[in-house]
Structure formats: structure tokens, C-alpha cells
Design a protein around this ligand. Structure first.
Ligand code: GLN
Length: 453
């Protein structure tokens, strides 16, 4: 814990931590020492972790990367972080993120962007770590924690993992409780870990998972021994390659890496087949209707009365308006406006209902592939390597949304997906591959991910 506290202090230029909690870390580490000495070690005894600042932590300021929650001290602990502490993990602090997890580069954080520890060969231009879990990915990549919690609504675990050469898994919807995690789009949000290796993510996910009475969407299924699945191998498995993911303008090196990944799985004993997921091209536009719709509803609670920031005004409506005007950033306001529009009486059927229908079709595409005997699906994790800070943030927002083309389908279908580092691009930046599994079959993803890693 002390070594990590020192490393965090030296790496403040990365802006990965929004809040450092060294006193808490050392107190928790002291308990861990006692448990270890007494031969009573719990599964994660003494492991120092970072927590994405979207998870409420009891008595520790939780901002969701937004000014509107500045100074908010929850009087409860998220179930996911509670489970980690129960198992002996040590909290190093709260990690930066895009505001309310809305973004793909960590540049929408009200507390400034996170800087990736990676650089292109021969250049010192600062790169994004990806988002929204950019603080989590950068902290893991820069060795500022052994692992981190993250959340994934449309790719926010897998894309930053791919950009930073780390491993991230978004489990099946319902595997982890969402209780105490600040809500973005409730039907898509899932927690998961980012860590250095497939095995580390398996160990962390086992602790984070499990049924919780406080979240009615958390499933009552036993948590498998994920770590045991890591070395299972892929002999006899069928891995699908979806032809619709071969998008226009995909860099040749990503195409090559994808083929390379298929080769690795094949030589480890898997059968590689082509599959078709015909509704893939509608996933991104449908996601950018469903996610803002749910966000506009979830974010209605930030009214200046109950949480964080309050801007005083002469009447209550003025107070709501001024608090929300001052507290939310541009991207969050954009999502609230889009969401309110697509849910409004005159447009609900044209946008929201259609997007929900598309969501069903996307889910069905996967069901058909799995029914035909496919065990997991291999795709690139992202359409490019990490880009520069400022490079896309000031452009058309759709440019940024396009980053999510390979990841959003998985959230729309509620499936598990893992991003595993698979190689470097021509400029020395990490590239990741994604494996998508059957519902509640994270084990196959750990086994196949280990072969690629
Ligand atoms: N980039 C996507 C968005 O901005 C996904 C974010 C996420 O998964 N939290 O909505």
C-alpha cells in the first residue's frame, strides 16, 4: 500500500486519481497485516485497488466526475466496493472518469482529462487513456494500483483497457449489483474490473459479483470460480468472426491483429467460423437514443436539493435551473436534451420505441449465433489505437461516438465482453481484441482471453 501511495504522489501529472485516501489505505493495510499474521487471510487480503469515482464510498467524496456532485459524501457504500473490502482489498482512492461516465476519452470530466502513461514512438504528444473509465485504465497501466473498478454502459471498461494495454471485462448484465453506483443508463450499466492480466480480472470479478437484494436486476446465480477458468484452454470451442465488424476505414493493422487473434485461438485448438450479426450497423445509433433517454431520466434527481451543488436563486425553479446550468458540463447537457427529446410524447414512437426494437434484433442476432454452436465471438476492441488529447474532443461529437462501434452491441444485448491486449500498432501503442460470450459465461472469455494474452 505504501509503495502505491508513493507512486500515486509521483504520478499526479496523469490526473488519474481525483481523491487519494492514503490514511484509509494504511489503516486497511494494517488490518490486512493482522489477518495475514493470524493465518486468516481473505481472498483479496491487502491488495491495493483504485475505485472509479462513480461508485459511492461511505464517507468519501464521490463526484461522478461532475461539478454537480462536488463535495457529495455518500452515507452508504456501493455493493461492488463493499464486496471488495469484505474480501480484504485496500482502497487507494477515487479515480477520474468522464462526467457521469459519458464519454470515450475522459475529456468530459469536470476535473480535467486523464493523461495516458503511453506515448507514440518519438513523440511526447499526450494521449487519452480512453473513457469513461480513463482514470481506472491509466492507474492500472501506470502501476498506481493493482486493479481498479470500472463501469461499462457502451464500452467504458473495454475501450480504455484496449487503449492502455490492460485487461477489462464487462460481465453479463445482472452479474454485479448496480446498487450504490451512480446511474447513467440503468438497462446498460454494468460494473467490472480493469487489471493487468486476465487472471487478475478473474479474481477481482469473482469478488465484485453476486446477487444483491438491493438491486432487483442483479441475478441470483452462483458466482463460478472464474480463476479456475483462466487456464481451461479453448480446445473444442467454436469462435465466431462476425463479418459485419469489418467496418469501412478500419486500419490494416487492426484487421491483421484480428486475424492474428483468430490464428492464436485456432492453434490452441479452437474452431474458427464466420458468423453474421446483421443488425450490427444499427447498434450505435440505437445506443445513442437509449442511453441518453435513460440518462435524462436518471439525471433528473440532481436538482440542487438532495445532493452536492446548490446555486441559490429567488425561487425554487430558478434554483433548479441555475444549479443544473452550472453543475452539468456540455456533454451531459447534450445527452439530457437528446434524451428528453426522444422520450417526448410526439417523438417517443419514432425514436425510443424504434431503438428498443432494434435492441431486440441485435440481441436476437447473438442468440442465433450462439444457438448455432458458437461459444464466443472475436472482434477488435476499438476501431483505432488511442488518440491525442484534444484531437477529437473539439470535433463533431459523432466522431467520438464512433469509437464505440465494436463495444455497444454487447451492452445492448446484455452480454459479457472482455478486452485483452493483443499487440502494438506501428507507433508502439497498444491494441486490444474483444471476446463476446454467451450470457453468464464469463468463464469462456477468461479461458479464451488467456490464450490471446
Ligand atoms: N462512450 C460511450 C458513451 O459515451 C460509453 C460510455 C460508457 O460505457 N459509460 O455513452
Amino acid at each position: 500500500a505504501q509503495a502505491h501511495i508513493d507512486a500515486i504522489e509521483k504520478a499526479r501529472v496523469l490526473n488519474a486519481y481525483l481523491l487519494e485516501t492514503p490514511d484509509r489505505a494504511l489503516a486497511m493495510a494494517a488490518v490486512a497485516d493482522q489477518k495475514l499474521a493470524a493465518g486468516e487471510a481473505r481472498p483479496l487480503e491487502g491488495l491495493p485497488l483504485g475505485i472509479k469515482d462513480l461508485f459511492c464510498t461511505h464517507g468519501v467524496v464521490t463526484t461522478a466526475g461532475s461539478k454537480i456532485l462536488e463535495g457529495f459524501q455518500p452515507h452508504y457504500e456501493s455493493t461492488v466496493s463493499h464486496n471488495l473490502w469484505r474480501d480484504g482489498a485496500v482502497m487507494l482512492g477515487k479515480l477520474n472518469l468522464d462526467e457521469f461516465a459519458m464519454g470515450s476519452s475522459n475529456e468530459t470530466s469536470a476535473y480535467g482529462p486523464v493523461v495516458s502513461p503511453w506515448r507514440r514512438q518519438g513523440s511526447d504528444a499526450k494521449l487519452v487513456p480512453g473513457g469513461s473509465s480513463g482514470g481506472s485504465a491509466a492507474a492500472v497501466a501506470a502501476r498506481l494500483c493493482l486493479g481498479a473498478t470500472a463501469t461499462d454502459t457502451g464500452g467504458s471498461i473495454r475501450q480504455p483497457a484496449a487503449f492502455t494495454g490492460t485487461v477489462g471485462i464487462k460481465p453479463t448484465y445482472g452479474r454485479c449489483s448496480r446498487w450504490g453506483t451512480v446511474a447513467f443508463a440503468s438497462s446498460l450499466d454494468q460494473a467490472g474490473p480493469i487489471a493487468r492480466t486476465v487472471r487478475d480480472t478473474a479474481i477481482l470479478l469473482a469478488s465484485m459479483s453476486g446477487h444483491d437484494d438491493k438491486d432487483t436486476t442483479s441475478v441470483d446465480l452462483p458466482v463460478p470460480d472464474f480463476e479456475a477458468a483462466v487456464n481451461r484452454g479453448v480446445k473444442g470451442l467454436t469462435i465466431g468472426i462476425p463479418k459485419e465488424y469489418r467496418v469501412d476505414g478500419m486500419p490494416a493493422e487492426i484487421e491483421r491483429l484480428w486475424q492474428q487473434g483468430a490464428e492464436w485461438l485456432k492453434s490452441a485448438g479452437a474452431k474458427i467460423v464466420e458468423v453474421s450479426l446483421p443488425h450490427t450497423k444499427y447498434a450505435l445509433p440505437a445506443y445513442y437514443i437509449v442511453a441518453p433517454a435513460e440518462a435524462s431520466s436518471n439525471l433528473a434527481r440532481y436538482d440542487g436539493v438532495r445532493y452536492g451543488l446548490r446555486v441559490p436563486a429567488k425561487d425554487i425553479v430558478g434554483m433548479y435551473e441555475q444549479t443544473r446550468a452550472a453543475g452539468f458540463g456540455r456533454e451531459v447537457k447534450r445527452r439530457i436534451m437528446i434524451g428528453t427529446y426522444v422520450l417526448s410524447a410526439g417523438y417517443y414512437d419514432a425514436y425510443y420505441v424504434r431503438a428498443q426494437k432494434i435492441r431486440t434484433l441485435i440481441k436476437r442476432d447473438f442468440e442465433q449465433a450462439y444457438a448455432a454452436g458458437v461459444d464466443a465471438i472475436l472482434t477488435p476492441a476499438t476501431p483505432s489505437a488511442a488518440f491525442g488529447i484534444g484531437e477529437k474532443a473539439n470535433a463533431d461529437p459523432v466522431e467520438m461516438y464512433l469509437n464505440d462501434v465494436f463495444t455497444v452491441t454487447v451492452n445492448m444485448a446484455g452480454l459479457p465482453g472482455i478486452a485483452v491486449p493483443a499487440g502494438l500498432d506501428g507507433q508502439g501503442l497498444p491494441l486490444g481484441l474483444q471476446l463476446i460470450g454467451r450470457p453468464f459465461d464469463e468463464e469462456t472469455l477468461f479461458a479464451a482471453g488467456q490464450v490471446i494474452e
